[in-house]
Design a protein around this ligand. Structure first.
Ligand SMILES: Cc1cc2nc3c(=O)[nH]c(=O)nc-3n(C[C@H](O)[C@H](O)[C@H](O)COP(=O)(O)OP(=O)(O)OC[C@H]3O[C@@H](n4cnc5c(N)ncnc54)[C@H](O)[C@@H]3O)c2cc1C
Length: 443
């Protein structure tokens, strides 16, 4: 029986452990914090719970409710969700026969993991195969780094004692925009500060423009093309000096600038591996780092998303157990849970242009969709890209209600290597938002 050790129990590590156990391996999972990792404890799930509660409050206000948000209740709902899901993970690991050790793991050679237990004692585990799934942590550049602990990042944002009246969010990427949406819905005055010329700089330009218009209409203060030059404490508030010379005084600051992989103290030097700011470099299909050692999730920098980590964990576990498996980064959908939602998969327009791939764009607008009209959710568009010659579906972007669910139609088309003619043959129920996918692809 193969002995496998997994370091890290987030959405990369625990599915890897489950998969290896299902394939007959003797599996030990080492986790220094809480099972579920960033995703469950201070990332995906807390942020979506907050967003859900914030939108409920926003809807209630639109229907005449005049009270303030019950922030204790919002936090409690999030904690309950996290707790339930955490128990679920423990149950699954136990049922699969995975041994879970609480402690900090480090490699001492290619076949040995040393674990520092909470008591300070060391435990040594020998392994035929090792999967590193140590994730990432918030990145705080200067001048924010000097305020660590006093300003928020994801490690303390969801436990903040009270709702601030005014909040500066530094970083207009996915996390920054989701939290701007959430806090704005809860009545907080939000200043979103982004270094690039537009929010969501990595995403489709039209999607970014749509969200910019929605945010502006909702009163989110957008500061783009600027950075925070200086932070000072003033009467219990934070006084920010922005690079264009303007000043903002806010109750709280959330840093949502980016993440750095957790590689320090992992003993990578003992196996002759180095890492960069982007993490360790693995084979992008097998996830192999070196010989019997694999690395999955945020630590390898391939795709900083929970579902990417999970698929990578499963693929690495399959490979480490001796059954060949492949990971396909281009099939991973990207989802942003703002209002409207934004979801994409495959090639973006910018990538197609950069790589000079000949493509056609097929676009529809939710304004003409019956379900969207009935639900008063007509903001957005669906755009699909197909290869000019082969007609293969290459990717697409959906902006609108339920986009994060509907994107899987495109994911399926991509995985099945469907042509646009084949996708156009799909009959979509009426009235649904999905009909707009059918409408787009026939154009
Ligand atoms: C606010 C926020 C919202 C997000 N929302 C989404 C979203 O909606 N959808 C999405 O797909 N992604 C989202 N993400 C990203 C997602 O959380 C990460 O991509 C995902 O958690 C990465 O999984 P992982 O298993 O690689 O690492 P992690 O989740 O970081 O887990 C790594 C685990 O390893 C443990 N560990 C680290 N070092 C050691 C060691 N030496 N020994 C033992 N244990 C160790 C850590 O304690 C941790 O539990 C969000 C992130 C944030 C911050």
């Amino acid at each position: 029986m193969k002995k496998i050790v997994v370091i890290g129990g987030g959405p990369g590590g625990y599915p890897a452990a489950l998969k290896a156990a299902a394939l007959g391996a003797h599996v030990t999972l080492v986790e220094k914090g809480k099972l579920g990792g960033v995703c469950l404890n201070c990332g995906c799930i807390p942020s979506k719970s907050f967003l859900y509660q914030a939108h409920r409050y926003q809807t209630a206000c639109a229907e005449g409710f005049t009270g303030t948000p019950d922030f204790e209740k919002i936090k409690k709902a999030q904690q309950n969700t996290t707790q339930k899901l955490s128990q679920g993970i423990s149950f699954l690991l136990k049922k699969a026969g995975v041994t879970v050790i609480t402690g900090e793991g480090r490699l001492t050679d290619e076949h040995t993991v040393a674990v520092r237990l909470p008591s300070g004692e060391m435990q040594t585990l020998s392994a035929d195969g090792i999967i590193l799934a140590t994730g990432s942590e918030a990145f705080l550049p200067s001048p924010l780094d000097a305020w660590k602990g006093q300003i928020y990042d994801n490690s303390n944002f969801f436990t903040m004692p009270t709702l601030p009246r005014t909040l500066a969010i530094v970083g207009g990427g996915v996390i920054g925009c989701e939290m701007a949406d959430c806090m704005n819905a809860l009545g907080v005055e939000v200043h979103l500060i982004e270094l690039q010329a537009r929010i969501l700089p990595q995403e489709d330009e039209n999607a970014s423009r749509t969200l910019t218009q929605v945010f502006t209409k909702r009163g989110v203060h957008l500061h783009t093309g600027v950075s925070v030059r200086e932070i000072a404490r003033q009467d219990g508030c934070f006084a920010l000096t922005i690079s264009d010379g303007t000043k903002r005084t806010v109750d709280a600051v959330l840093a949502a600038i980016g993440r750095v992989p957790n590689t320090s103290g992992l003993g990578l030097e003992t196996i002759g591996v180095t890492s960069t700011r982007h993490g360790v470099q693995v084979n992008p299909h097998t996830l192999q780092l070196k010989n019997n050692i694999y690395a999955v999730g945020d630590v390898n920098g391939l795709c900083p998303l929970a579902h990417a980590a999970t698929r990578q964990g499963q693929v690495a576990a399959t490979n480490v157990c001796g059954v060949p498996a492949q990971y396909h980064n281009e099939r991973v959908p990207r989802a942003i849970y703002t209002t409207p939602e934004i979801a994409s998969v495959g090639f973006t327009r910018a990538q197609l242009q950069e790589q000079q791939i000949p493509f056609k764009s097929h676009k529809s607008f939710l304004l003409g969709n019956g379900r969207a009209a009935a639900q008063d959710q007509t903001t957005g568009f669906f755009e699909i890209f197909s290869h000019t010659q082969t007609e293969e579906v290459l990717g697409g972007i959906l902006v609108g209600a339920q986009a994060t669910e509907l994107v899987h139609v495109l994911s399926t088309a991509l995985c099945a290597k469907m042509t646009r003619t084949q996708l156009a043959e799909v009959v979509f129920a009426h009235p649904t938002l999905a009909e707009s996918i059918g409408e787009a692809i026939t154009k």
